[in-house]
Design a protein around this ligand. Structure first.
Ligand code: PBG
Length: 322
């Protein structure tokens, strides 16, 4: 049926009808807020390219979790900034590492907060790569042993979910094995299943102090040009036991989010990364974009593309306005 019988504008004529036919809704229930945990005390340092986002020591992290709880944000994902880094990233799997201590503190003070941890070596290695280096390259199978120890140490400290972000092959099954072997059958794994080698991570690397000291991450993170490969990556993670599949970054990869949502019956998460946050803030600071509107439109577009969960630095601002 075409014009004049059909008129799209009929169902847009006032707010009530627009709400009635609205297909996608944002909810605070879907948001996960990333936190950068710095080792030490009395630290609250703003990240220059991410207004309102801070590296914080544990006492500030706990206060932040109380604020998030009051806003209704159900979950956080933790990134560690250790004082000491070495070639084997030993602080990543230390019982008393910065993340393990932070998990215990949060669970003690704000037990309802759902704590996800980023499982990766890049914040803990002195060379900044996401694994163990051999012959100038990240050694996949050697790295798996350390990722497993890291994930287990997070769960032993009380983490509710682990999220491996390194993009090594076989990491999901390796982590599933060690968790199950230690009785943690019910701890879910959210896989950074489709993680592209993206320049949109720039501000994060300042925040997490994890820029590689040589080379780049292209031998393990995906080529931004590839769509079919995303399906293979997601498939292998599902077969290895991933419970949630993440696409990262979010906005530039909405087609990939849709692809995964159509092809897998697991919940899909989108990581609305640091560069996406920085872009909108930079433009809003100049008065070039309306911050609240572009923020909501971005988050909504990821949901419309098929994401159930969104990891986003906008979580607090969105929760305040929702
Ligand atoms: C790696 C990791 C990165 C991000 C999350 N986990 C950075 C990278 O791969 O270089 C990026 C998040 C963001 O940009 O907000 N542990």
């Amino acid at each position: 049926m075409a014009f004049p019988i059909d008129r799209g504008r009929r169902l847009r004529s006032n707010p009530a009808i627009r709400k009635m036919v609205r297909e996608t809704h944002l909810s605070v229930d879907d948001l996960i807020y990333p936190l950068f945990v710095a080792e030490g005390e009395g630290i609250k340092k703003e990240i220059s390219s991410m207004p309102g986002v801070y590296q914080m020591s544990i006492e500030h992290i706990v206060t932040e979790c109380q604020k998030l709880k009051a806003l209704g944000v159900p979950a956080v994902i933790l990134f560690g900034i250790p004082e000491h880094k070495d070639a084997l990233g030993s602080q990543a799997y230390d019982k008393h590492g910065v993340i393990q201590n932070a998990i215990r503190a949060i669970k003690h003070e704000v037990p309802e907060m759902y704590v996800v941890t980023d499982v990766c070596m890049c914040e803990y290695t002195d060379h900044g790569h996401c694994g163990i280096i051999k012959n100038n390259d990240v050694d996949n199978d050697e790295t798996l042993k350390y990722l497993a120890l890291e994930a287990l140490s997070h769960v032993e400290a009380g983490a509710d979910m682990v999220a491996p972000s390194d993009m090594m092959d076989g990491r999901i099954i390796t982590i599933r094995d060690i968790l199950d072997g230690n009785g943690y059958h019910n701890i879910p794994i959210m896989s950074y299943a489709v993680k592209y080698s993206s320049a949109f991570y720039g501000p994060f690397r300042e925040a997490a102090e994890s820029t590689p000291s040589f080379g780049d991450r292209k031998t393990y993170q995906m080529d931004p040009a590839n769509r079919r490969e995303a399906l293979r990556e997601a498939m292998s993670d599902v077969e290895e036991g991933a419970d949630i599949l993440m696409v990262k970054p979010g906005l530039p990869y909405l087609d990939i989010i849709r692809e995964l949502a159509d092809n897998f019956d697991k919940p899909i998460a989108a990581y609305n990364v640091s560069g996406e946050y920085a872009m909108l803030h930079a433009a809003a600071q100049r008065g070039w974009l309306d911050y609240e509107k572009v923020m909501f439109e971005s988050l909504l577009s990821m949901k419309r593309a098929g994401a159930k969960l969104i990891l986003t630095y906008f979580a607090k601002d969105a929760a305040r306005l929702l």
